[in-house]
Design a protein around this ligand. Structure first.
Ligand code: ADP
Ligand code: MG
Length: 694
């Protein structure tokens, strides 16, 4: 393998390449465009496009594409080649500024939530120069935002870019009022991606994995994760090779792939890149998921990104580590040595506390879907109740300030300087509470509710937007204040008193917390379909408008897309389950029963008195369960006909959640029972044991 420094970013049109390839004034104009939103002229765009094309061709690229993230949750690309014909029957390689800046894909097959009537199927992709172009498989990929003919956002990047602008504006306002000369504030994000790797051969034998990404049936294997012997255990050689190739490919694309280890569940792993700007982190996470699947295939492995591929086994999350940093690299959520005197830190901390309390619903929505419903609240991931873990030390600081005290209670590891001080605020002093959905981990927040398929963009733009909004309120107050210091202290105290109900340091998995949260008046939106309707509440529409993220039309469309996607996914699962039951499981068990019956006849022909209790019992029990299963499958079939007649997607989604998913659970209970009683050679698909322990 080549040195990492040689391959890192080798397929990226990054800053170093631009400095080298672009004329000085073009480079300057582009920087002014990225940093200060200065307009970009066609002439400048032409020069950039031409340099990009030459660089890409040198690296073996033949095509270019506008790479974007429609509401499907994955990325889309439509490839065009660089060639254009000349008169003499030859070709030249062309790429203009216009082609760089704007694309016009047919948008009709992407979800639009009703925004785009089919007669205006046109959509636009617009170049996002803040995320570098890169080469993937002979194609120059240009990160773009995607919108409808009327300009409404139809993708996951646009709101993220808007939210970054919003929080930049408000955070800079607050900082400048505090005397901090910061010119720019960016949101930093480091997503930890969990995934499963299983044998491709076995994967291909399971329709549920192929169509739904998760198993819909499967009896418990004798061993699951109780020994926790997989966590941080030695990595298998094949998986090691997979990880090495994945790292190398990601490095070429400038992704800072960093730590890799085994997770708690058997066959589960995690990859965490080093954090970067939210927008780039989001793009990189998409690339990472795509490459994981592709490279796994090369090693005869299948990569499962679903939130809950196996019942009874931990699912996969995507922890979103989130913080704010200034242009000089100052992390605004770093408490420093002396948090109680660090008013700037405490003010930003309180902005997050208030934002999370006021917009629990939006955070819940940002991680909601049918697949994450299987994970949240299952004692492996946080419950569906949003709360914040601060750790005892920080909570004491805020409690003390709220009480008007100048000191926190004495603990022997603290010294007394000034108001009162923690000697060195380390993240080790928090106990890294793993059960919290939103935990302060020393210099950032870790949003742990997001599932493995969640786009990084959604939780990030929600966090940015809600925090921008509280900061805006703070800036408004501070602008009117005569005594800034007193005003800041007062804001911290007031905000914490009004919103401390959202702070919870205890065990989020406990039943007591569910009751306590209810007493505190916190939301407990158990299912995705409970959360979706709140997207368009008055307060949320106002927020999105105030911060320039979405118009009402756009939010309404997004809500519609969520409901629609929910229905489609559960419908596919139900149909797959019926297919497996009717075409595979019932016939397989019938064969077994028939062979047992023949066995009884054969045995009786040897001697009338020979014992056949085992066969008779099995035949009788299996037959009874098969009858039950057959009737439950017919009932599910009828429910699917019924839901087809519900016109409103919102009502249909409710029906899928309340009627169809429980019917599927009943079916599963029976198939899993059959599986434990049926001889292995008859069972028509690989078992949990075979899938997980290889
Ligand atoms: P753990 O498993 O203990 O939660 P990891 O080291 O696996 O921690 O992942 C931590 C993630 O948090 C990494 O992606 C890291 O880059 C990211 N991170 C660290 N500091 C920040 C920050 N200031 N802003 C955003 N993300 C951060
Ligand atoms: Mg983590």
């Amino acid at each position: 393998m080549k040195k990492i420094s040689e391959i890192f970013g080798s397929m990226v049109f990054n800053d170093a390449v631009m400095r080298e390839k672009l004329p000085k004034d073009t480079y300057k104009a582009l920087q002014a465009h990225i940093n200060d939103s200065a307009p970009l002229t066609v002439e400048v765009a032409n020069v950039i496009a031409s340099a990009m094309k030459d660089w890409a061709i040198e690296k073996g690229a033949t095509h270019f594409t506008h790479w974007f993230q429609p509401m499907t949750g994955i990325t889309a690309e439509k490839h065009d080649s660089f060639i254009s014909p000349t008169e003499g029957g030859e070709v030249v390689m062309n790429f203009s500024g216009k082609e760089l800046i704007k694309g016009e894909p047919d948008a009709s097959s992407f979800p639009s939530g009703g925004i785009r009537a089919t007669f205006e199927a046109r959509g636009y992709t617009n170049w996002d120069p803040s995320s570098y172009a890169f080469i993937k498989e002979n194609t120059l990929c240009i990160p773009t935002a995607f919108c409808s003919y009327g300009g409404e956002a139809l993708d996951k990047k646009t709101p993220l870019l808007h939210s970054m602008e919003a929080i930049n504006k408000q955070a800079v306002r607050v900082l400048n009022l505090l005397g901090n000369p910061a010119k720019k504030v960016i949101t930093t994000v480091g997503p930890e991606q969990e995934y499963f790797l299983i044998s491709k051969e076995l994967y291909e034998k399971r329709k549920d994995l192929i169509y739904c990404g998760r198993t819909l049936l499967g009896a418990k294997p004798p061993k699951r994760q109780e020994l926790e012997d997989h966590y941080f255990g030695a990595i298998k050689p094949k998986v090691n090779e997979f990880m090495a190739e994945l790292d190398e490919e990601l490095w070429k694309l400038g992704v800072l792939a960093n730590t890799e280890h085994n997770e708690v569940a058997p066959a589960q792993h995690e990859l965490a890149p080093i954090f970067t700007t939210a927008n780039i982190a989001s793009d990189h996470n998409q690339l990472m998921m795509e490459l994981m699947k592709k490279i796994a295939n090369k090693y005869d492995l299948a990569c499962l990104l679903h939130e809950k591929p196996f019942a009874g086994i931990n699912g996969s999350g995507k922890h979103i580590n989130w913080s704010l940093a200034t242009d000089s690299g100052e992390n605004l959520l770093k408490p420093g040595k002396n948090p109680i005197e660090n008013m700037q830190f405490l003010l930003f901390l309180c902005a997050v506390i208030k934002a999370v309390d006021q917009y629990q619903d939006l955070l819940r929505i940002s991680v909601s879907g049918p697949s994450n419903d299987h994970r949240l609240g299952g004692n492996e991931a946080p419950p569906a109740i949003i709360s914040i873990f601060l750790g005892e030390d920080l909570k004491e600081v805020l409690d003390a300030l709220a009480d008007g005290k100048t000191e926190v209670p004495y603990r022997d590891r603290r010294m007394d300087i000034g108001l009162s001080i923690l000697p060195d605020f380390k993240k080790d002093t928090t106990d890294r509470n793993r059960t919290s959905p939103f935990a302060f981990t020393g210099s950032r927040f870790e949003f742990r509710m997001a599932g493995s398929t969640t786009s990084v963009s959604c939780p990030s733009y929600m966090l940015n937007t809600i925090t921008a909004d509280t900061l805006m309120g703070f800036a408004d107050v501070l602008e009117q204040a005569d005594d800034i210091e007193a005003a800041v202290k007062n804001l911290i105290k007031e905000t914490y008193i009004n919103h401390q109900r959202i702070v919870f340091n205890g065990n989020n998995y406990s039943e007591e917390w569910v009751q306590e949260a209810e007493r505190r008046g916190l939301l407990n939106l158990k299912a995705a379909v409970d959360a979706f309707p709140l997207f368009t509440s008055e307060k949320n529409l106002d927020l999105f408008k105030r911060q320039g993220i979405f118009s009402e039309v756009e939010v309404t469309a997004r809500k519609e897309i969520l409901f629609d996607e929910y229905c489609k996914l559960v419908n596919i699962e139900a149909l797959t389950m019926l297919d497996m039951v009717n075409k595979d499981i019932l016939p397989a068990v019938s064969c077994y029963v028939n062979d047992l019956a023949e066995l009884v006849i054969n045995k009786k022909s040897v001697s009338e008195t020979i014992a056949c209790e085992m066969e008779k019992n099995l035949i009788s029990n299996l037959s009874a369960i098969c009858d039950g299963l057959y009737s439950k499958a017919s009932a599910l079939d009828s429910l699917l006909l019924e839901v087809n007649n519900i016109e409103k997607t919102q009502l249909a989604a409710r029906f899928f959640c309340d009627k169809i998913l429980p019917a599927m659970n009943e079916i599963r209970a029976l198939t899993d029972e059959l599986e434990t009683m049926t001889a292995s050679k008859y069972w028509p698909m690989p078992t949990y044991g075979e899938l997980l322990f290889y």
